[in-house]
Design a binder for this molecule. Structure first.
Ligand SMILES: NC(=O)CC[C@H](N)C(=O)O
Length: 339
């Protein structure tokens, strides 16, 4: 009994914040890998489903919300971010895991990466199949998340994502396909692997995050409206104008190729910028964009910002956080290079 108490003392304390998603999903039959309801199973049942967690850490769970992540709001992000910060500040918490739907997991992970002032591991995890399906991936993904959250090696590496045995940077990772368990990729590769509860690291994030970030969830009262307009051949300026009219402080141009802008919408974007709306050029190319300043479009002349390698949905997250500090386009551009 004494030996058992000693092991318990040595184990890290990990809190799992549950938000819903497929990892908490349930289907009618084991053959339903794609047709099921997300956000059905509570955190206590998820933890009970992986008894091996208790060998990795002293784990406790909290149900923060129970939603499918396509419906996550800015208020949900702030609520989650504040709870993460409270836990990170508490001396009896060593690591935090967030279970999340995969549709917007990359947005939440990047948001937390920008605003949490801690070097304690924060791991965001989901699954592609519900726990009721054959070859469900949630159990192992959660086991891996707790393994990384309880390891000292994971400290100071920013917010991480454990899916498909890989440890990805929450900044870089994106959902690339919605039907395979090998769904989450980064254009720049994973940071490491987690195998049988042990982490193996290969590289470090180069962009500013967490402790080194100038943003702090504790200073953010609300997030400004930032919207995304999708571009394609024959695009019209209707959506851009409507988004601005509805109060968007910045519009992310989900552009083609190098964030290129159709000549059909250039005049509207120039006019919107003159009216005070920030225009941020991103790209919707499939394997990850890389938008270069003053290439394809004269950004200096137009006073536009480029999103660097951030996809439109991640560019939206950084723009919202950045606009809580500044509305200066040069400062915004600096932030897009640094984060
Ligand atoms: N695989 C998933 O988690 C997708 C389920 C749901 N659309 C969500 O994001 O919550």
């Amino acid at each position: 009994k004494e030996a058992q108490t000693q092991t318990e003392q040595k184990l890290a304390n990990v809190v799992i914040l549950a938000t819903g998603g497929t990892i908490a999903g349930a289907g009618a039959s084991a053959a339903n890998s794609a047709t099921y309801q997300a956000a059905k199973v509570g955190i206590e049942q998820l933890i009970a489903g992986v008894p091996e967690l208790s060998q990795l850490a002293n784990v406790r769970g909290e149900q923060v919300m129970q939603i499918a992540s396509e419906s996550i709001t800015n208020d949900n992000l702030l609520q989650l971010g504040r709870r993460v910060a409270e836990l990170a500040d508490s001396s009896d918490v060593d690591g935090i895991v967030i279970t999340h739907g995969t549709d917007t997991l990359e947005e939440t992970a990047y948001f937390l990466n920008l605003v949490e002032k801690t070097d304690k591991p924060i791991i965001v995890v989901g699954s592609m199949r519900p726990g009721t399906a054959m070859s469900a991936d949630g159990m192992l993904n959660l086991y891996n998340a707790v393994a990384v959250a309880s390891s000292k090696d994971a400290r100071g590496k920013g917010v991480l994502v454990t899916m498909n045995d890989e440890i990805q940077s929450g900044r870089d990772v994106s959902k690339m396909i919605n039907i395979k368990t090998e769904a989450f990729k980064s254009a720049w590769g994973p940071l490491g692997m987690v195998v049988e509860g042990k982490s193996y690291w290969f590289r470090l994030p180069a962009k500013r995050h967490t402790m080194d970030s100038e943003f702090d969830i504790k200073d953010i009262k609300s997030l400004p409206a930032v919207e995304i307009a999708y571009s394609y051949g024959n695009v019209s300026d209707t959506a851009y104008k409507a988004l601005a009219q509805s109060g968007a402080k910045a519009i992310i141009h989900a552009g083609t190729g190098n964030g290129s802008v159709s000549s059909r919408v250039v005049p509207a974007l120039q006019a919107l910028r003159k009216d005070g709306v920030q225009i941020i050029r991103s790209s919707h190319v499939n394997a990850g964009g890389f938008v270069l300043r003053n290439a394809e479009q004269p950004d200096d002349k137009n006073d536009w910002v480029v999103a660097h390698d951030l996809n439109p949905q991640k560019a939206r997250i950084l723009a919202m956080v950045a606009l809580t500090k500044t509305n200066d386009s040069k400062e915004l551009q600096r932030m897009f290079w640094e984060y």
